[in-house]
Design a protein. Structure first.
Length: 390
């Protein structure tokens, strides 16, 4: 996070940067990783298809760890000063701290399909959230024209988390939703995983994808109890996908501790999913596969990480407190699909098609509208952008 002095320097430098001309340029910015996410890659490719005359690219965290992040911020500022459209899936300090040209369109696309836990402005001063002073100094989430969510059920939480009125929270499913519904992609992904793990071709594949825990020792013990209970049944294959920041070491035979594929990719080969408080539950619900919640520490976790929904009432599967309860729920061969479908219909709009195309069309149309609106307002600094359909 930039200090007070660094923020002052940013504002002075950006004042002069904004005199640079606006170019036909669209940039997807992210501070989450060194590579663009699946959503970013798909959206960038679609924007390039729809606007071949534009420069469309991404700007992620520098791979060079010795490169100062504060210096990287100046690169972000240069992109903000010269681009027509900025899309982001994470907190980008220059977007929130600085004031931008009136015609630039900035769209925030959350990096998840849905969220179980409160976050950002709805979780200020909680053990896992920002402090009030951080929010004030960073002007957290200021500067967006729109924030997208994947379904009507996510509007209220997004409005609270990002500090925007509900008319600025728009339902536009992310490209990942389109991918989850793509049967051809799912079939190809399954074959890739089967090639790496031939044993998964036979039996029932259960994917276990827990969220990050601070008490790794306790989580290790509870996970082992779960594996021992399920591995006692013939024909069950357990696939473990730990949280990327987890260092949990499961010293037990039987489960596949996978490091070759992402959790998202593993969803396609799973016949059922066991999770707890992971947002992956929203992706899993799109595939309409049974979901079981292993929430052995529910009360304690909820106290540290307040939920954005009623966990016991709203979640798409049975909430189990012990490994024995999970075992019973999975082996009883009955599942409440009405509960799963109710969750899916509330939080994710799956009724459409070509989600990536529609999201790109929306972004381009809003950019065109904002530029024209700026011209009509008679701004002396309105850009002269050579657009083929302007």
């Amino acid at each position: 996070m930039p200090s007070f002095l660094e923020r002052v320097i940013m504002k002075i430098v950006y004042f002069f940067m904004k005199f640079m001309p606006t170019q036909k340029k669209i940039v997807f910015m992210s501070s989450r990783s060194t590579k663009p996410s699946k959503d970013a890659s798909m959206l960038i490719a679609e924007l390039r298809r729809q606007r071949p005359d534009y420069l469309v690219g991404h700007m992620c965290v520098p791979e060079n760890k010795s490169f100062s992040y504060f210096l990287h911020i100046f690169s972000q500022m240069a992109m903000l000063a010269t681009s027509e459209i900025i899309i982001t899936d994470s907190v980008i300090y220059p977007i929130n701290v600085l004031r931008h040209k009136p015609w630039i369109l900035i769209v925030y696309i959350p990096p998840y399909t849905g969220t179980i836990k409160k976050h950002d402005l709805s979780a200020v001063d909680t053990p896992s959230g920002y402090t009030s002073s951080q929010v004030r100094s960073l002007h957290l989430h200021r500067g967006y024209d729109f924030v997208t969510v994947n379904g009507e059920g996510g509007i209220d939480e997004a409005a609270a988390a990002y500090g925007y009125p509900k008319d600025k929270i728009l339902v536009h499913p992310v490209p990942k939703v389109e991918l989850l519904k793509n049967k051809s992609y799912g079939k190809k992904m399954k074959e890739r995983i089967f090639a790496a793990y031939p044993k998964l071709r036979e039996g029932k594949n259960i994917l276990y994808c827990p969220t990050l825990r601070t008490n790794q020792k306790e989580h290790n013990i509870e996970s082992k109890a779960l594996f021992n209970a399920l591995c006692a049944h013939e024909g069950i294959n357990i696939i473990v996908k730990n949280h990327p920041n987890s260092n949990m070491d499961i010293l037990t035979k039987g489960p596949i501790i996978d490091h070759k594929f992402t959790t998202f990719e593993m969803l396609f080969v799973a016949d059922a999913i066991i999770t707890d408080y992971s947002n992956m539950v929203f992706d899993a619900s799109v595939l309409k596969k049974p979901i079981y919640l292993y929430a052995y520490d529910l009360d304690r976790f909820a106290a540290e990480h307040p939920f954005s929904l009623d966990y016991k009432k709203d979640m798409p599967g049975p909430v189990c407190r012990t490994a024995a309860e999970v075992e019973e729920a999975i082996t009883c061969d009955t599942y409440n699909y009405d509960r799963l479908y109710g969750f899916l219909n509330k939080y994710i709009d799956t009724g459409g098609s070509e989600e990536t195309t529609r999201l790109a069309e929306f972004i381009l149309a809003e950019s065109k509208r904002k530029v024209k609106m700026t011209k009509n307002e008679g701004d002396d600094h309105t850009p002269h952008i050579d657009r083929k359909d302007a």
